[in-house]
Design a protein. Sequence first.
Length: 216
Amino acid sequence: MATLLHIDSSVLPGEASSSRSVTAAFRKAWEEQNPQGTVIYRDLAANPVPHITADAWSAGYAAPSQRTPEQSAAFAAREKLIEELERADAVLIGAPMYNYAIPSTLKAWLDNVLLLGRTAGETPSAQGTPVIVVASRGGSYAPGTPREGYEFVQNYLEAVFTGTLGLDLDFIVPELTMAPRNPAMSELVPLYEASRRRAFEDATTKAKELAERLAA
């Protein structure tokens, strides 16, 4: 049965978070299609992974027998994250935009799983694994909008997931999530609502299609 690696990084809990709400809808549809499957779940806000350290980084390029005790301990935590990625048949990530970029907790996870010669390089160990990223944002940074040039979430993750890890990347983008709470954005509420509906529909559709594809 297929294994889903599900990662949330929003600091907001439950339905207060747009990204968590959409990843939850994806996971629900996935589990309905794949009831015997496995879900590996990481909540990076509740349980942050360690930021990369000199010991954890350098251990990745040293033979196990040559590592110091500090390197071995640091790399053990890092390797667990790498193995979770390698075990996954599909990856689901909630990546809200904070100050134009991804949360630092998600960046820390990426810094840990990126290892040249294993997950990155000529033959990445998780190459081809489908990854769905729910990239929510309070405004809109779509092409043609005034803040198009401030979009550093999708651009960055495209470079990392596709260009470096070799994953099969797809995005779901709930936008304008601040519209219901910001009076200055009140006229954008209908666009927010349409974007939210699309995001949930996409989550359900993509989850079912992906589960069916992996089961075939």
